[in-house]
Design a protein around this ligand. Structure first.
Ligand code: HSE
Length: 340
């Protein structure tokens, strides 16, 4: 049996989940004639306490050797500096990269795009974790022109809101979300709406414009920093739920985005996503409404999509292509949300 040599960058929440699942799903790889083996695990602090299933002997800072020996790179370190340098180095060598790095994809798309077009970059795990949205948006749903999309794309803020509905205050709910491994190293990325904005930029390039600019998404982003339990009780008294919703919609002849907390009727399809779950409501001109919903953050919840991408790659599928060309923004009455 041949060996599939994997360089793993990062052994945090998702990286640890990946190592665990790789062991559990070994037979899926063997069925394809391959025995998966890590060439090393790049970590910032080798002395940090890690789960028992992380082989300490593989922790390494010799990333040059790890990449030289690898058939594929799995980038789960996050951030946009070292991750960008190593991802571009690997892609430049022709190595496929499986990435969960939504910040890198959103903010440095122009540098990554040539490799995405070559099919070298796989990124299902970057949006809605293991709940598939990248694949349907780059495949089956391409038979439509998108009219608008609305999503709950951040697990941490949805978890925080859900726990506040149950009586916790903001800081208690945030601390719980952090303990569960949902929150980014810099919590502002989550509570400031930036993580949801990163994910929305990725979705925009799959659905309406392959070059949708990050700057435009960032400029129209508000988070939940000001959210208090009083807002939640006031919404509840009207039969509504507060959610951080990320939207892409046509307005005045161009595509616009918005990330902001809104009040949804409790019966709204997006209001059903509870705690760390995410949901995407896709509205297409041919298919109508499609709702995709499921786990949106967490260790193996996210790592499962990384394993899925690896298996797709081994079966010969290229990484996820953006839309080949922008589609015009239609004249269409979009759904209006009540912002808070
Ligand atoms: N911090 C992210 C979230 C992790 O809460 O959704 C998953 O991308």
């Amino acid at each position: 049996m041949d060996t599939l040599r994997i360089a793993l960058l990062g052994a945090g929440t998702v990286g640890s989940g990946f190592v665990k699942l790789l062991g559990e799903q070994r037979d899926r790889f063997r069925a394809l004639g391959l025995e998966p083996a890590l060439t090393g695990i790049l970590v910032r602090d080798p002395s940090k306490k890690r789960p028992s299933w992380i082989p300490r002997g593989l922790l390494s800072d010799d990333v040059g050797r790890m990449l030289a020996e690898a058939d594929v790179v799995v980038e789960l370190m996050g951030g946009t500096k070292t991750a960008k340098r190593l991802t571009l180095a690997a892609l430049g060598e022709g190595l496929p990269v499986i990435s969960a790095n939504k910040a890198l994809l959103a903010e440095h798309w122009s540098e990554l795009k040539p490799y995405v077009l070559e099919g070298l970059l796989y990124y299902e795990a970057s949006v809605m974790a293991g709940t598939p949205v990248i694949e349907p948006l780059s495949g089956a749903l391409r038979g439509n022109n998108a009219l608008e999309i609305h999503g709950i794309l951040n697990g941490s803020t949805n978890y925080i809101i859900g726990r506040m509905e149950e009586g916790l205050d903001f800081s208690q709910a945030l601390a719980e979300a952090q303990a569960k491994g949902f929150v980014e190293e810099d919590p502002f990325l989550d509570i400031g709406g930036v993580d949801a904005a990163h994910k929305l930029a990725i979705l925009a390039r799959l659905t309406v414009d392959p070059d949708y600019p990050w700057r435009d998404v960032r400029e129209n982003t508000r988070g939940i920093q000001e959210l208090a339990r009083d807002h939640i009780y006031a919404a509840e008294s009207e039969g509504k739920k507060i959610r951080l919703v990320a939207s892409l919609f046509p307005q005045g002849g161009s595509w616009k985005t918005a990330v902001r907390p809104v009040m949804l009727p409790a019966s709204h399809p997006l209001a059903g996503a509870a705690l760390s779950h995410n949901a995407l409501l896709y509205r297409g001109d041919a298919v109508g409404d499609v709702l995709i919903s499921g786990g949106g953050a967490g260790s193996t919840v996210t790592a499962s999509a990384v394993i899925g991408d690896l298996l797709r790659m081994l079966e010969g599928y290229p990484g996820h292509p953006p839309l080949p060309a922008a589609i015009p923004a239609p004249s269409y009455q979009t759904e209006v949300f009540e912002e808070i």
